[in-house]
Design a binder for this molecule. Structure first.
Ligand SMILES: C[S@@+](CC[C@H](N)C(=O)[O-])C[C@H]1O[C@@H](n2cnc3c(N)ncnc32)[C@H](O)[C@@H]1O
Length: 264
């Protein structure tokens, strides 16, 4: 992307459109409800979000871990929703940016927001489980807020490692339970049972029905489980700039971790 085009994406002021503000609000409402609060030509898409100005408030807490200039970098945003992070990567001058999500409504929002911002981003309706359809690795893969929506979270991390993560993974998960990490032995004898009662033992809490009214919240890890699962899938944790956010590079997969199905 030319520098002039990238700078166009930095302010909403310059996002000139023929559309009147009333038409724009109507279009935004028709595409709703929105999970991402984005400002499109001065109109907020989710001004009453239960998490505040989300995900901007989250992004601001860890954005320094991403290079300001991503020129030449390819980015895949998995579970992109309305494309907030994909757009931010374009604002940082990323090259090829692809966003995937299973939900067609969110993808319609993402396409609309990108178009209004003049950002060249490819959006596809696709599941994390279908990542092997990509015959390429991306410099940066964003996997934010998706893990706990999956019935097969470790399979997803294994697929990410085996298929699309070329260099870095930007990861986030909701966490519940203890935020304590460390002090767990690599091995314990069969007779050791107390360790499983420790709050800092890696734990994935299974939600049979709903959590926060959302029937798609399935496995919610504690912090120790997030870190252990990332490592076990083959990722090396480089930074943890915000409680729930990790920047990882590629490391070694656990010696006993079999490859995910159809990746052999
Ligand atoms: C909590 S939102 C997170 C959105 C965004 N990544 C963020 O961090 O703000 C979860 C998103 O994951 C999408 N999603 C759920 N299951 C998915 C799957 N199997 N593959 C890809 N996306 C999925 C949902 O449609 C939704 O857009």
């Amino acid at each position: 992307m030319a520098a002039s085009q990238a700078s166009r994406l930095t302010t909403t002021q310059d996002q000139v459109s023929e559309m009147s503000s009333k038409d724009l609000k109507e279009q935004i409402n028709a595409l709703g409800p929105w999970f991402h609060n984005m400002t499109i030509q001065g109109v907020e898409t989710a001004p009453d979000h239960f998490l505040g100005d989300y995900p901007r408030n989250k992004w601001q807490a860890f954005e320094d871990v991403i290079p300001r200039d991503l020129e030449g970098c390819s980015v895949l945003d998995i579970g992109c929703n309305a494309g907030f992070y994909a757009l931010e990567m374009k604002r940082r001058n990323a090259g090829r940016v692809v966003g995937i999500d299973t939900d067609a409504r969110y993808l319609a929002q993402a396409r609309f927001a990108a178009e209004q911002c003049g950002a060249d981003i490819e959006f596809r309706q696709m599941s994390t489980y279908d990542l092997r359809q990509f015959d390429e690795k991306f410099d940066l893969v964003i996997f934010m807020g998706v893990l706990y929506h999956l019935r097969h979270p470790l399979l997803a991390l294994d697929l990410l490692y085996e298929t699309v993560v070329g260099k870095h993974l930007l990861f986030q998960s909701m966490q519940r339970g203890s935020a304590d990490v460390g002090g767990i032995e690599e091995n314990d004898p069969f007779s050791e049972e107390n360790v499983f009662h420790r709050p800092d033992y890696p734990k994935l809490h299974f939600v049979e029905h709903r959590y926060a009214d959302d029937p798609t919240n399935w496995f919610i890890p504690n912090k120790a489980a997030v870190e252990a699962m990332l490592r076990s899938a083959g990722f090396k944790i480089e930074a943890n700039p915000e409680e729930e956010v990790y920047l990882c590079s590629r490391g070694e997969r656990h010696f006993a971790a079999e490859p995910p199905p159809l990746c052999t």
